[in-house]
Write a protein that binds this ligand. Structure first.
Ligand code: CA
Length: 232
């Protein structure tokens, strides 16, 4: 399974060390930056799965940088957790206004940090104000149910849409046929589990012209998993 990468933007090395120490045992890959310039270089190199952003940074402040990230289409969907020494309610509100996903006041325990990160990541991909879930170049509009990959529209049947929606909102986890029937089709007892295989095959065929069929993996003996790990 792909390791989740977390970019820490914090000017105090001792806090970066503490965070690294807290998160590495959970299997996260940690990328560090002491200021915004370094953070930009690291992001250009690799888009992280989540950003821990200190409020008070030398040069560009954390809040300014968060605004920049939310304006850039390449980075606007990265969840941001703001770290701050200030406990004022005012800052918390400002943080959420610019689109931060959570807010942690220093000092915090390693365990609290880890729990909060997992909670933010569990929410799945952020849905933009235009109601679009974006996974690489795949864009699924949850109000019109339209799918495009590389801006190419792809027609889906209602059940294919439901299946794809379930997968993109539950990435990386493996689901059995029985679980998929429950979650996607609803609690129905007259549908055979082979229906799942049939629909997955059809959905893969839809995604195939753009190579996204490889995102739906068959896990032998377990079921299916959606992952962007194999995408170029
Ligand atoms: Ca600081």
């Amino acid at each position: 399974m792909k390791s989740i990468s977390i970019l820490i933007i914090e000017d105090e090395a001792s806090i970066r060390d503490m965070i690294q120490f807290a998160l590495v045992p959970d299997g996260f890959t940690i990328i560090e930056a002491g200021d915004v310039t370094t953070a930009n270089q690291k992001i250009a190199n690799h888009i992280p799965d989540l950003i821990l952003l200190d409020w008070m940074l030398p040069g560009t402040s954390g809040i300014e940088f968060a605004k920049q990230l939310k304006r850039d289409p390449n980075t606007k969907n990265i969840p941001i957790i703001i770290l701050t020494a200030r406990a004022e309610e005012d800052n918390k509100i400002k943080g959420f206004e610019i689109g931060a996903d959570d807010y942690i006041t220093k000092p915090f325990s390693p365990r609290e940090l880890s729990v909060r990160i997992k909670a933010v990541l569990r929410r799945g991909p952020l849905i933009s104000p235009e109601d679009i879930i974006q996974v690489k170049n795949l864009r699924l509009n949850i109000s019109t149910h339209q799918l495009t990959i590389n801006d190419d529209p792809i027609l889906l049947t209602p059940i294919e849409y439901k299946l794809l929606y379930f997968f993109v909102t539950h990435q990386e986890r493996v689901y059995s046929r029985e679980q998929l029937l429950d979650y996607v089709w609803g609690k129905v007892n007259y549908i055979d589990e082979r229906t799942v295989d049939v629909q997955i095959r059809r959905l893969r065929n839809r995604l195939k012209p753009h190579g996204y069929n490889c995102c739906i993996r068959t896990i032998r003996g377990s079921g299916y998993q959606f992952t962007t790990n194999g995408l170029l």
